[in-house]
Design a protein. Structure first.
Length: 564
């Protein structure tokens, strides 16, 4: 009966499927399903859930579209490489472009097909392109391995641009592992999956070389983006993500003038001062921005930093009414008027502040705002004015504001540098619809409020309690023997950090736990030498309860168990 479904119905169903392996299975069912599902599989061929082995197969599929009138044949000695266009116009389906992934695919293809790659480059130079007329080749200043890889990457982008009416999703996030083969790094391993890209991983002598390589990579994309016939390709862009190592200035300068329909902007940057003007212009030009993620480095260059951050967030006043999700990470918010835009965020649903300094005055801006649709609030590793923190928790006023939605479902409060004071008391009485709750315990006086929150949260499904290390000698953890008896029935995931340090408490908690746990994660405050006994008891307890362990990870500091 499924085979008789109308094409429109099949496409509507397939449009909700994001998993590449499922989409691949769909196109294997029959010819009709293939015709209706292929465009969804090929809408994002550079997606993360496709392994690099399968991604390398993309290159030979796209190459033939350089010449659509016939098969593309490239002589390799006595052999001939034949690239066939196949049944579908694949470039026409692509709406998602991950430039960094595209670069990575070409790089991996180069590693495994080096000889064919060389002949392909030679063919392009001598027979397909005139070097003097090709912008692609003019951008390459030498015959290096990197230049050749960038040429092929740009050709793939050109193929996509010729067949694609619009790109809706753009991501550029070059990782350290993508470029370290071009550096003088003694521990380079082409098969190593390591995306660490912090400066600490690179010797001082290599930093300049690293940025030269990144600039070359980004310049090649900027060259592509600057072509007049290419700019229209991004006019309907909805999603933009630029990673930490990306040199963003020239890219943002182009996109700020052509993109008006962005729904999501994700920017990770070390020095916002360098991209201040185009980023502000990009934000102000949006008609319906919904999701903003700004990530920085707390020890960023200080020159003009405060003014830059103030101007970037002040620009949000023009788009605040459409914002639904805001995530701020690694930012120093020192100007007391920076968060003034929150007063207009009437549709905000998710707010996350992570590893961020926020003055108490800016916390007041949030606490005075009307946020009737807020359902998720995450405040992690936030610090504020030190003098003010000694007498009160600057976050507390947020939970005393009745204009902030009482329908809050996810709440995370983990701020080691700020004591709770009476923060938890404000939560227990007002928020009764929590499904996820995570908080720190900094004093014994916090414990009664934890019980109040549990008693008032019948919908709670996941609980995460943390005693920060500086407070482990202050808080009496004996309360967990009573805590296990008042857990809401819906709880299926529990995470304890520094609450359990001996086998007896661990055993008692599980033996008295009546909820149907799916996950139990314990971080110990000290090294546990007998952690194997914890694992063995969990296995015995699971067998007695008829629960099958799906995953178990243990060490001297951690124990994580997941049940089917």
């Amino acid at each position: 009966m499924v085979s008789k479904l109308a094409n429109e119905t099949l496409q509507h169903i397939f449009s909700y499927i994001e998993d590449a392996s499922v989409l691949y299975s769909i196109i294997q069912v029959n010819h009709n399903w293939c015709e209706n599902g292929i465009k969804f599989l090929w809408s994002n061929p550079f997606r993360d859930d496709i392994d690099i082995i399968n991604q390398k197969k993309i290159l030979p599929v796209l190459i033939p579209f350089l010449k659509k009138d016939k098969l593309l044949e490239i002589k390799n000695g006595n052999n001939t490489m034949i690239y066939d266009i196949g049944l579908f116009d694949y470039p026409r389906f692509i709406t998602h472009l991950d430039y960094s992934s595209c670069f990575r695919i070409v790089l991996k293809y180069f590693e495994n097909n080096k000889e064919d790659f060389e002949y392909f480059i030679d063919f392009l130079e001598k027979r397909y392109f005139e070097r003097s007329e090709s912008t692609l080749f003019q951008t390459m200043s030498d015959d290096s391995e990197l230049s050749k890889i960038l040429v092929i990457t740009l050709i793939i982008l050109t193929v996509i641009s010729h067949g694609t009416p619009k790109i809706l999703w753009l991501k550029i996030d070059i990782k350290y592992n993508d470029i370290k083969r071009f550096l003088n790094v003694t521990d380079y391993d082409s098969d190593e999956e390591d995306d660490t890209d912090d400066d600490e991983r690179i010797e001082v002598s290599e930093i300049k070389s690293r940025y030269r390589i990144i600039i070359n990579i980004e310049s090649s994309f900027s060259c592509f983006l600057n072509a007049d016939d290419i700019k229209a390709l991004f006019a309907n862009l909805k999603y933009l993500e630029l990673g930490k190592l990306t040199i963003k200035l020239s890219i943002l300068e182009v996109l700020a003038n052509i993109c008006k329909q962005l729904k999501t902007i994700k920017i990770e940057e070390r020095y916002f001062q360098l991209i201040r003007e185009p980023l502000v212009a990009l934000i102000k030009n949006q008609n319906n921005l919904e999701n903003l993620r700004i990530s920085g480095i707390a020890n960023s260059l200080k020159l003009e930093y405060e003014a830059t951050i103030f101007e970037i967030f002040s620009s949000l006043e023009l788009v605040a009414r459409s914002l639904k999700k805001i995530k701020i990470r690694g930012i120093l918010v020192t100007n007391d008027e920076t968060f003034k835009f929150f007063d207009k965020c009437r549709n905000l649903e998710i707010l996350s502040l992570d590893t961020t300094y926020v003055t108490s005055k800016n916390f007041e801006k949030i606490s005075l705002a009307e946020l009737p649709k807020l359902c998720t609030l995450k405040l992690f590793d936030v610090c504020s004015n030190e003098e003010y923190d000694r007498i009160t928790n600057p976050i507390q006023a947020i939970f005393q504001n009745k204009k902030i939605s009482l329908d809050l479902r996810e709440l995370s409060l983990l701020n080691e540098s700020i004591e709770n004071h009476h923060l938890l008391g404000s939560i227990g009485e007002n928020f009764r619809n929590l499904s996820f709750f995570s908080t720190q315990i900094t004093a014994d006086s916090d414990i009664p409020y934890i019980f109040t929150i549990l008693n008032n949260s019948p919908k709670l499904e996941e609980l995460r309690l943390v005693i920060p290390l500086p407070y482990t000698s202050i808080v009496n953890t004996a309360f967990i023997t009573d805590l296990v008896k008042v857990l809401p029935d819906r709880i299926n995931a529990i995470n304890f950090f520094n609450l359990i340090c001996c086998l007896d408490k661990y055993r008692y908690f599980l033996e008295n736990c009546t909820v149907n746990l799916k996950y139990f994660h314990v971080d110990f405050s000290v090294d546990i030498n007998n952690y194997k006994e914890f694992v063995e008891f969990a296995k015995i307890w699971s067998k007695e309860k008829g629960k099958e362990i799906k995953n178990c990870r243990e060490s001297r500091r951690k124990l994580y168990i997941a049940w089917k």
